[in-house]
Design a binder for this molecule. Structure first.
Ligand SMILES: Cc1cc2nc3c(=O)[nH]c(=O)nc-3n(C[C@H](O)[C@H](O)[C@H](O)COP(=O)(O)O)c2cc1C
Length: 170
C-alpha cells in the first residue's frame, strides 16, 4: 500500500501469473492507466514483495479487477506466503490465472520497471482486455474495503466469457 492510501479511494486489483502450474500473485491498490495507444497500464510494487519476482518471471500476467464482495480474495492475496491461493477460485485462461467473479481481466506483458524509493513502478502492455461481468468495483478507502454503488453497468453478461475491449495496437 502506498502513502496516498489514506487520501483516496483505490480500485483493488490482483496481479496474477502462473509459475509452472501454480498461481502466484499479489493485490495492488496503486493500479493506474498509462497509455491508450499502445494500451499500457501501471502499478507500484514494494521492493520487499516476494510474489512480484515470480509474476515478472512469467511470460505474461493478468490484472484482475476485483468486484464488490471480493474482499476475501483481496485479503487472501495480500497475505505474504505460499498459501495465498488456498480458497481462491481461479481458472487458467490464455496462460494466466483469471480469478472467478472478477469484474475485468487484462492480459499483460512487462514493458518497463523503474526504481522509485521503496517501490518499483511497473509498466505493462495490455495484449487483451475483457470485461467479465456487470458489477460494482471493490475499492479500498481509509484502510477499509468498500464499493462504489451503481458503477457496475455496461459490458459483460455475467457468464464469465467476457466482452472484449477493443485495444489500440501499435
Ligand atoms: C488494498 C490493498 C492494496 C495494496 N496495494 C499494494 C500496492 O499497490 N503495491 C504493493 O506492493 N503492495 C500492495 N499491497 C500489499 C500487497 O498485496 C502485499 O504486501 C503483498 O501481497 C505481500 O506479499 P508478497 O510478499 O507475496 O508479495 C496492498 C494490499 C492491500 C490489502
Amino acid at each position: 500500500m502506498t502513502m496516498c492510501a489514506p487520501l483516496d479511494a483505490r480500485r483493488v486489483v490482483a496481479v496474477t501469473a502462473l509459475a509452472g502450474q501454480r498461481p502466484v500473485g499479489l493485490v495492488v491498490g496503486s493500479f493506474f492507466s498509462v497509455s491508450l495507444d499502445p494500451a499500457q497500464v501501471g502499478f507500484c510494487v514494494g521492493i520487499s514483495s516476494t510474489s512480484w519476482p515470480l509474476v515478472r518471471a512469467a511470460p505474461c500476467f493478468a490484472v484482475n479487477v476485483l468486484a464488490a464482495g471480493q474482499q476475501d480474495v483481496a485479503a487472501a492475496l495480500s497475505r505474504p506466503g505460499a498459501a495465498k491461493f488456498a480458497g481462491v477460485a481461479w481458472r487458467a485462461s490464455d496462460g494466466v490465472p483469471v480469478i472467478d467473479d472478477a469484474l475485468a481481466c487484462l492480459e499483460c506483458t512487462l514493458v518497463a520497471e523503474h526504481s522509485a524509493g521503496d517501490h518499483r513502478i511497473v509498466v505493462a502492455g495490455v495484449r487483451r482486455a475483457r470485461v467479465l461481468r456487470r458489477a460494482d468495483p471493490l475499492v479500498f478507502h481509509q484502510r477499509r474495503f468498500a464499493t462504489v454503488a451503481g458503477a457496475g453497468h455496461g459490458a459483460g453478461d455475467g457468464t464469465g466469457g467476457g466482452d472484449e475491449v477493443r485495444l489500440h495496437r501499435r
